[in-house]
Structure formats: structure tokens, C-alpha cells
Design a protein around this ligand. Structure first.
Ligand SMILES: C[S@@+](CC[C@H](N)C(=O)[O-])C[C@H]1O[C@@H](n2cnc3c(N)ncnc32)[C@H](O)[C@@H]1O
Length: 276
């Protein structure tokens, strides 16, 4: 397809499903899904791509199987695929998944599959296992108890890294019990937009301590937070002490056994404490 034909197909998608809302993907010379302007997802993409390249120790993602949860218009998965990864994207809304599929087809990405599904249906039986799970902009849209089962499911399908970009609740306002553990968070109303959650009128933003405890409880062995590359919007939110948002990498490794200080091996693992 030449650029003119691609531009006309892009217009047909817009006529049917509306404009692209956030993911600006180059389809051909002079044809981008959103157009000739910078959108916020670009700066985040730079962060995520650098992070994955640094973790993997290579800028080629050949051999990596990547899951992009709630993938919207497909940008993050498509970028990983352009670097060699095999990608599965899951997205609940038809207008978003059709745009993602269109970009995949135009770019001839035969190692990418996009499925219209609810992320709460994630399972290994359905989608297999992944070296890298991208959970970007969906965690804080879910509510309890789904959020807890969803985190378990992400851990179950994850062989190595979970890249989690999420809001965290500032206050330990509401308590939840799940599998005999206690977690805390702040409740938020879910406005009904093209980006909001499907089916739950409110969502739960876990506090940082509860997020870390939950990730440990479902089997991740370490959690780190990304500060560079910078996402300026997150830093502005932090500076204003607004509800916080950040990017975390949870790794599913093998629990270590200490040799020089073996007494520590028998001590129960510490848990993060809430600030009330
Ligand atoms: C805030 S957007 C984030 C999109 C993308 N990951 C990004 O960061 O640009 C949330 C996305 O999740 C999708 N979504 C919401 N609830 C979902 C659900 N239960 N299952 C699958 N997709 C869902 C929305 O349609 C939307 O595309």
C-alpha cells in the first residue's frame, strides 16, 4: 500500500470509530495516526523502551514474548514488535482494538496479535506465558476484589518482568482482605470515557505499601521504581503532592539464599507498613 492508500484507510477508520485519542504511530511517510504533533504517550514510550532495553541488556527484543494489557491503540506493543518482540495486546474497547489492528496490518507486523477481551479474563490457558508484561494505565482503573485476582493472573503469566505504570493512593482510607492478607487504598469514581474501566463505577488505588506487599504476595521477588528517563507530568504531580503516579518494574526471580549470614534466611520476610 502506498502512503495515499494508507491515508485514505486511516480516514475510513476515523469515520467509523472516531479520531485516535493518544497513540501517534507512523504508518507511512507523512501519515501518522494522530498527525504531525507530539502527544504525551511519546515521552512515556521513550521511558518504557529504554527501561526494557536496559533490563534485557540489548536493544533487540528478538526472542522476548510481550503482553500489552489494555493496549488502547497499540503503540507500546507495536514499538516492542518493531524491535523484534512477539506481542499479544489485549484491549476491551472495539474502537481502540480496531485502530491497533489497522496499524499492525499497515506495518506488516506478523508477530503481533490484538485481542478484544477484558483484562480480568487473563490466564495462562488463554494467552500463554510472557517474558515481559506491560500493565500501563489500567491497574488503577480496576476495583477490589478483581484487582487482586488480576495481579495474581499477571504474576502467573509473567516469566520475568512486570512493567507497571500506575497511580498509587495517597491515603490508607479503605481496608481490604484478600487471601488472609490486609491491603489499603483510596477509592476513586471512574468517569465514563474512552479510557476508563469497563464495568466498574469506582476503582481502587492501592497505597504504595499495599502495592509492594501485593506484588510480593503474588510472587515477585523485587520491585524497583523508574526515575529516568523522565516523564515530566509525573514529576509535576509529585511536586504538587497530588495523587502520585509512577513506573515500577517487578521482577519474578528466584528467592536468594544467603551464605555469609545464614541466620537471616529463617527470619520471616518483612512487610511494608502503612502510614495512617
Ligand atoms: C488509561 S487507558 C491506558 C491505555 C494504554 N495502556 C496507555 O497507557 O496508553 C486504559 C485503557 O484500558 C482499556 N480498558 C479499561 N478497562 C478494561 C478492561 N476491563 N479490559 C480491557 N481493557 C480495558 C480502555 O479501553 C483503555 O484503552
Amino acid at each position: 500500500m502506498d502512503a495515499k492508500a494508507i491515508a485514505s484507510q486511516r480516514q475510513a477508520i476515523i469515520d467509523k470509530y472516531g479520531e485516535w485519542t493518544n497513540h501517534n504511530i507512523r504508518l507511512a511517510d507523512g501519515v501518522d495516526t494522530i498527525g504531525d504533533r507530539v502527544v504525551p504517550s511519546g515521552v512515556k514510550l521513550r521511558r518504557f523502551l529504554q527501561l526494557v532495553a536496559d533490563l534485557a541488556g540489548t536493544s533487540s527484543f528478538e526472542g522476548l514474548r510481550v503482553l500489552d494489557l489494555a493496549c488502547l491503540e497499540g503503540l507500546y506493543g507495536i514499538e516492542m514488535a518493531l524491535h523484534g518482540a512477539e506481542v499479544v495486546g489485549i484491549e476491551g474497547r472495539e474502537e481502540n482494538i480496531e485502530k491497533a489492528r489497522f496499524a499492525k496490518d499497515v506495518l506488516n507486523l506478523d508477530k503481533v496479535e490484538f485481542y478484544q477481551d477484558d483484562v480480568r479474563n487473563l490466564s495462562g490457558d488463554k494467552y500463554g506465558e510472557f517474558d515481559l508484561v506491560l500493565c500501563i494505565g489500567i491497574f488503577y482503573h480496576l476495583d477490589a476484589p478483581d484487582l487482586f485476582a488480576f495481579t495474581e493472573n499477571m504474576a502467573a503469566v509473567c516469566r520475568r518482568w512486570l512493567l507497571l505504570d500506575t497511580h498509587v493512593g495517597k491515603d490508607a482510607q479503605t481496608q481490604y482482605n484478600y487471601r488472609d492478607r490486609v491491603y489499603w487504598g483510596t477509592r476513586y469514581p471512574e468517569e465514563q470515557t474512552a479510557w476508563s474501566s469497563i464495568g466498574n463505577p469506582e476503582s481502587l488505588w492501592l497505597t504504595r505499601p499495599s502495592l509492594y506487599n501485593l506484588l510480593a504476595d503474588v510472587g515477585f521477588t523485587s520491585v524497583c521504581e523508574c526515575h529516568l528517563p523522565l516523564v515530566p507530568k509525573y514529576e509535576i504531580m509529585r511536586a504538587n503532592d497530588e495523587a502520585d503516579r509512577s513506573t515500577f518494574v517487578a521482577t519474578k526471580g528466584t528467592p536468594v539464599t544467603l551464605k555469609a549470614t545464614p541466620l537471616e534466611n529463617d527470619r520471616p520476610r518483612d512487610r511494608w507498613l502503612e502510614r495512617f
